[in-house]
Design a protein around this ligand. Structure first.
Ligand SMILES: Cc1ncc(COP(=O)(O)O)c(C=O)c1O
Length: 373
């Protein structure tokens, strides 16, 4: 069987340290450690006195309590802390998918579980988020995509790369499709909390159906990607089974990361981090939008509702991976290629950065695009 690399992450490995400006990070500009700790001298003392030991393999109790509090009806027994949401996706797939099982997923989407299933020889089907309909779910394709073989319906909500939040009706449609065939829902909710247009957090799939596994992460809404802390929340028996794979895969996230993540998700600190994230997103999008609108019809787009990215159609006759590479080489600006999300002729532009960075990037892109028109 041929191995399919994880296209987006592969290109990030190649380019992110090479360019002047990296606009492929779907979280906002990372927070500094001193800003996270905010002169909390007790926390600094606790960190300095920490033995650099293995923490609880499934996540330290304070962290799991703070995570459980983000889901109505969840307790610590529902939570497993992982090395990023990336590990959570991986070990969920290892635990649930067997040979012959099918995965149903969205297009466009973050293609991690897609690639894991494809590389294991599982059939992957997809349903569209329809660009002409503001990235609404094509429910006919969703319903046509499930069969007795469907083991998991994997969704990313709020979606990466479109930033679209599912409506209640769309969430109900996903639950109904899963229920019809007894499939699991893998709800990757790492952008929950990073809403641009609304104060309410995106509703979770947790509690809407019994066979649901929800993912979260410190990387996006909380601006701490370098902690490498994520989690999954689900029924305790399946969480135990997934934990058994976690022991094989990474054993545990780091102890310093556990402590810092618990601090970041505490009821006093968390609102400050979400405010910071939303400020970046709410300030950044208008800068992107104003620039796109000044480009003589080069771009069409549906404004994203959450996350720090927008998925933009460009009107040039050139493949998206090729265009991404030209921009890296000539403008030294790195954008996500539509191909990486399953949809050519689009670029994913991250805007959760300071104004000066965005303006510099857009000027450089404009110059390169002018030479290609
Ligand atoms: C939808 C989605 N899931 C998972 C991940 C991985 O996140 P983490 O940094 O928590 O491993 C990403 C990262 O971009 C993502 O966009």
């Amino acid at each position: 069987m041929t191995f399919t690399p994880f296209d987006l992450e592969y290109h990030q490995s190649l380019w992110e340290q090479e360019v002047d400006i990296n606009l492929t990070e779907s979280g906002v500009h990372p927070i500094r450690l001193d800003e996270l700790l905010d002169d909390d001298s007790d926390k600094v003392s606790e960190l300095l006195a920490t033995e650099i030991n293995y923490p609880h393999v499934n996540g330290n109790p304070e962290l799991r309590e703070n995570i459980a509090a983000l889901y109505d009806g969840a307790g610590v027994e529902n939570v497993l802390v992982t090395v990023g949401a990336a590990e959570a996706n991986n070990i969920i797939m290892q635990t649930l998918m067997a040979p012959g099982d099918e995965l149903l997923t969205q297009t466009p989407t973050y293609k991690q579980v897609w690639g894991i299933a494809a590389n294991s020889g599982n059939v992957v089907k997809s349903f569209r988020l329809v660009s002409e309909a503001g990235w609404a779910v094509d429910t006919d394709e969703l319903n046509a995509g499930v069969s007795d073989k469907t083991k998991i319906i994997a969704i990313v909500n709020p979606n990466n790369p479109t930033g679209k939040i599912m409506t209640d009706d769309e969430m109900d449609a996903v639950v109904a499709a899963a229920d019809k065939v007894g499939a699991w829902i893998l709800a990757d909710e790492v952008y929950r909390g990073a809403e641009r247009l609304q104060e309410e957090e995106t509703p979770s799939f947790f509690g809407r159906y019994d066979k649901v596994l929800c993912l979260g992460s410190m990387s996006k809404a909380y601006a701490c990607p370098g902690l490498r802390v994520g989690w999954l929340v689900g029924p305790p028996d399946i969480v135990e089974d997934i934990w058994r794979r976690h022991e094989y895969t990474t054993i545990t996230a780091g102890i310093i990361s556990n402590i810092l993540a618990a601090h970041a998700l505490s009821p006093t600190v968390r609102p400050r981090l979400l405010k910071r994230t939303r400020e970046y997103i709410r300030n950044g999008f208008p800068i992107l939008e104003e620039w796109m609108n000044s480009q003589d019809g080069m771009f069409s787009y549906t404004p994203s509702e959450a996350s720090a990215v927008s998925f933009i159609r460009y009107h040039l006759d050139i493949n998206s991976t090729e265009l991404m590479e030209i921009l890296c080489r000539e403008a030294s600006v790195f954008l996500g290629a539509g191909d990486s999300f399953g949809m050519d002729h689009h670029l994913r532009v991250a805007f959760g950065q300071p104004r000066a960075t965005l303006e510099d990037a857009f000027q450089r892109i404009e110059k390169t695009l002018a030479s290609l028109r």
